[in-house]
Design a protein around this ligand. Structure first.
Ligand code: SF4
Length: 321
């Protein structure tokens, strides 16, 4: 396996959901609760789980849009709090994000050219003619034409707007891009175009992706490894092929059973999860999945299973292993 680009250790993010008379926190939403993982250079790590499982919160902490409650983030082996001023700037530039809703993430009053040029100007990477050349080049990389630079976001389709979002993320030469459900808001026919574009750009610029999605079907073709999250915790992490061929965690098995097979002759038994996802304010004791797990045992209600390696490059948090 290649070099570790980013290491996340015991990351937590609690949001205060209720305060007392004097503003003291009384209740917390445990959005991310003690999550650790590595992202290797050049790979795509998929992060998947139902809404509210904490995957987007993790992405936002990595790009500094949210501050962790506790935990450590190491970039190329150095703790981000120990980075010197210039290295910290480089770190911020090195991790960019593409948002789910491309329209909401683009300033409607700015032309596409200005939107793409903005991060280049802020980071003082180019100006004048060179800046103009960079913008045109970026438009070309994402499959847009030079005349698009004078248009406004509302003049574009969803897929084109997402291409603009990708161009803006690329503008500062990042190493890691957090792709936060970048195709969820797009038509199915456009989704594969954007996924193929991301794959091509990864090959060309040696990019690393953290690809966040709520369904395992979307990330199958783009991810080298996949992490499955449930209620703020990582339940399973494995190489993509292994995870799809031999899912170990009952939650992953249920998620995979929900993906339809494009062959009417083949039958697949669907594992139906009963009930809703419990509240992250007061998550279940022991294994957080025990209230919905069809394989739940007595120990699951009392003791929290740790994420441990059960096979090479295959980690699971479940008492069955
Ligand atoms: Fe199910 Fe128990 Fe495994 Fe949790 S630890 S997933 S409840 S079998």
């Amino acid at each position: 396996m290649s070099e570790v680009l980013l290491e996340v250790k015991n990351l937590k993010k609690y949001f205060t959901s209720k305060t007392g008379f004097f503003g003291q926190p009384l209740e917390h939403v445990k959005a991310v609760d003690d999550v650790s993982f590595n992202i290797y250079k050049g790979e795509t790590l998929g992060l998947v789980g139902e809404s509210g499982c904490g995957k987007t919160t993790i992405g936002r902490m990595l790009v500094n849009l949210l501050h962790p409650t506790s935990g450590d983030i190491f970039f190329e082996g150095t703790h981000i709090s120990e980075l010197k001023k210039n290295d910290h700037k480089k770190f911020c530039r090195s991790i960019q994000i593409i948002f789910q809703d491309p329209y909401a993430s683009l300033n409607p009053r700015m032309t596409i050219g200005d939107i793409i040029a903005e991060p280049i100007k802020i980071n003082k990477l180019a100006k004048g003619e060179e800046l103009e050349k960079m913008v045109l080049q970026l438009l070309d990389y994402v499959g847009l034409a030079s005349y698009h630079r004078n248009r406004y976001p509302h003049e574009f389709s969803g897929g084109q707007r997402q291409r603009v979002g990708i161009a803006r993320a690329l503008a500062v030469h990042p190493e890691l891009i957090v792709c936060d459900e970048p195709v969820s808001a797009l038509d199915v026919s456009i989704q594969s175009q954007v996924l193929n574009l991301l794959k091509d750009l990864q090959d060309e610029f040696h990019l690393t992706y953290l690809f966040i999605a709520h369904g395992l079907n979307v990330i199958k073709h783009i991810s080298d490894r996949v992490g499955v999250m449930y209620l703020g915790k990582l339940m399973e992490v494995a190489d993509s092929d292994k995870l799809y061929a031999d899912p170990k965690h009952p939650y992953t098995q249920a998620l995979l059973s929900a993906i339809p097979i494009p062959d009417p002759m083949k039958k697949k038994e669907r594992i139906l999860l009963s009930g809703d996802v419990p509240s992250p304010i007061n998550p279940p004791s022991g294994c957080r999945f025990h209230t919905r797990c069809i394989k739940c045992m007595e120990i699951c209600k009392r003791q929290e299973p740790q994420l441990k390696e059960v096979e090479e490059n295959h980690k699971v948090a479940c008492h069955l292993y």
